[in-house]
Design a protein around this ligand. Structure first.
Ligand code: M6R
Length: 610
């Protein structure tokens, strides 16, 4: 959470930093700020709320200079206010920070006792005071920052500049992401790649414990205590256009439309039809015969993907799978041995709970591996040293509501299930070929759903003013009911519950009345009849029914108020398709209600706090 951008070069820093922050606004949008050093003086501009408020301040009070730092905030310590907005400045030292300084209260007390005065309620201001007090004792910037790191505890990625040494930026990382972008006569530092994509595709991904000094002519990396770390640049193949809206009203809408390509890209190069084998580049699941159990762990939408993955792996590879919310797994002393495989799923690869959960499992002897979308992210790195990483090729996902990351995670899980099934002999060559053929149909089938967006808009119009929704599904479509409900609530602020359709009669059916729309997923497959019976129960209580069913289902229209038909596929693949109309329904309801679809209130894209 929180986005950081820093620039040192020969161009106007403000333009580059503000453009970079715009690409990172998904990380937090409670306030934004920028500090530029020019002629040995620091100019700071800050504003509460979205970046556009800072734009306004800058248009009235511009900042010139070729070195600077910027920040977009998701509030942790201290409410969103101009005072609490970053950068924080003390005696010519300015700091932007992402993370939480755990011992900030004791440090604040100690600094106050020395007569230091605080202007904000944030933990970040501590860093500025510590560096300033070290500088006041005669240290230059780099040793002053190193000494500060010794004093602080917690998660941090920060960038610091000083008007006393106006040629350098200093950055350090512990448990919170930071990347350095390399340019010609200029260098960049940011929380995430899209911030600098317009200027460079060459990045260095700092590791925990790394400390970097950026100047116009180069970047020097050491450990916190000064041991040199070799600079290992990587070229990124994401293009700057991938981080643009491309004519869509919102990133979320664009990303929903990118799903056919993202799914195809995630399959590409991994499937050998002739041998009916899946090649999991980067992942070594070890001796598949010896693995006797999987735990899949994740948060939010990625957790819903994990729930679908349980159906896929258990059904195809016949290995028991437990699915655990990462925030629960990390604290419940899980029973794990060397025959347990732990799979983390994360779009960002930075979700703190997921990272902590897999670290805990690894300590207990598990092989850990990951499905991730972001190259070299913290979770990806942790797993690269153990079981490995299977990357989804969704490209940058900017909308806070996850869409294409989800469908590509499902594809990755299906590939893993087939791989395991083939290795363990639970899946014949012929059956694998059939499943893989079905998987390859998915991009076209998603396109077919997207081509009928108009009918989803009509459905959305009819229900946009409802205050509560119920989503029902069974089998692999039960997690899709959860996901549909999450999509709706997070972007439209409408209350929505996802339920296993068979659970209705144990309580939620009491909620049904003519005002509450129920969205049911009843596609062809082993649980079709059962699901339809549960939906009939809703109808019998005057509930309004919107049903996602399979093309050719003539019967469903008899009970539904609205039907949306999706192409037929294997029941285990169905969720990759049935989720798409639910994404669109949520999107259009939110848009009709005028909420901020890409940056819904109180949320951030990458959740790097507990
Ligand atoms: O980056 P991750 O996949 O680890 O993120 C997990 C959740 O924070 C994320 O899926 C969140 O629930 C989304 N806002 C859902 O749309």
């Amino acid at each position: 959470m929180c986005g950081i951008v820093g620039y040192v070069g020969n161009r106007e820093a403000t333009t580059i930093i503000i453009e970079g922050l715009r690409r990172l606004e998904y990380r937090g949008y409670d306030s934004a700020g920028i500090a530029v050093v020019d002629g040995g003086k620091t100019g700071i501009r800050r504003a509460v709320g979205k970046l556009r408020n800072l734009d306004k301040v800058l248009s009235e009070q511009p900042l010139a200079g070729t070195i600077g730092i910027g920040h977009t905030r998701w509030a942790t310590h201290g409410r969103p206010s101009e005072q609490n907005a970053h950068p924080h400045e003390v005696e010519g030292i300015t700091v932007v920070h992402n993370g939480i300084i755990e011992n900030y209260l004791e440090l604040r007390r100690a600094l106050s006792a020395q007569g230091r005065k605080f202007k904000s309620e944030t933990d970040t201001e501590i860093i500025a005071h510590l560096v300033a007090s070290n500088v006041a004792k005669g240290l230059s910037l780099v040793p002053a920052v190193r000494a500060t790191i010794e004093a602080i505890r917690g998660a941090f990625a920060f960038v610091i500049q000083s008007e006393h040494e106006p040629d350098k930026l200093v950055t350090a990382k512990n448990a919170t992401p930071i990347v350095v972008g390399l340019g010609e006569g200029e260098n960049f530092v940011a929380s995430d790649i899209p911030a600098c994509l317009a200027h460079t595709r060459v990045f260095v991904f700092l590791r925990d414990g790394d400390f970097a000094v950026l100047t116009r002519s180069g970047v020097e990396i050491t450990t916190f205590d000064g041991t040199p770390v070799p600079v290992k640049p990587k070229r990124i193949d994401w293009s700057p256009v991938m981080a643009e809206k491309g004519g869509h009203k919102h990133f979320m809408h664009k990303e929903i439309y990118e799903q056919p390509t993202a799914v195809a890209d995630t399959i590409r190069g991994r499937v050998s039809m002739e041998e009916a084998r899946v090649h999991l580049d980067g992942v070594s699941i070890g001796d598949a015969q010896k693995l006797n159990r999987f735990i899949i762990t994740a948060c939010g939408t990625s957790y819903h993907a994990a729930l679908v993955g349980k159906f896929m792996i258990e059904s195809i590879a016949r290995i028991p799978v437990e699915v655990d919310l990462a925030s629960e797994l990390r604290y419940r002393e899980p029973v794990i041995d060397e025959q347990t495989g732990v799979l983390a799923i994360s779009q960002s690869g930075e979700t703190l709970d997921t990272l902590a959960a897999i670290k805990e499992c690894r300590t207990r002897g598990a092989t850990i591996f990951a499905i991730c979308n972001v190259l070299e992210s913290s979770i990806a790195r942790e797993c690269a040293e153990s079981g490995g990483v299977l990357y989804t090729h969704a490209g940058p996902e900017i909308g806070v509501a996850s869409t294409k990351a989800f469908t590509t995670q499902l594809v990755a899980l299906y590939l893993i299930a087939i791989h395991l099934g083939r290795e363990r002999g639970t899946l014949s060559k012929e059956d694998a070929q059939e499943l893989l053929t079905h998987l390859r149909e998915v991009p076209k089938q998603i396109e077919s759903v997207l081509s009928r967006e108009a009918s989803i808009i009509s459905i959305a119009r009819r229900v946009a003013k409802a205050r509560d929704f119920l989503y029902l599904g069974r089998g692999p479509n039960y997690p899709i009911a959860l996901e549909g409900a999450l999509k709706l609530k997070e972007i439209s602020y409408i209350h929505a519950e996802g339920y296993a359709a068979g659970e209705m009669k144990h309580g939620p059916i009491a909620l049904i009345d003519e005002k509450m729309p129920t969205i049911g997923i009843a596609t062809a497959g082993p649980v079709y009849e059962k699901t339809v019976s549960n939906l009939e129960e809703v109808k019998a209580r005057d509930g309004k029914l919107i049903i996602i069913a399979t093309e050719g289902d003539a019967r469903i229209a008899e009970i539904a108020d609205d039907v949306f038909l999706v192409p037929k596929n294997d029941p285990l693949i169905d969720p990759i398709i049935t989720v798409v109309p639910l994404q669109l329904i949520a999107y259009h309801i939110a848009d009709l209600n005028g909420t901020d679809v890409d940056q819904p209130r109180n949320l951030a894209k990458s959740v790097t706090v507990e």
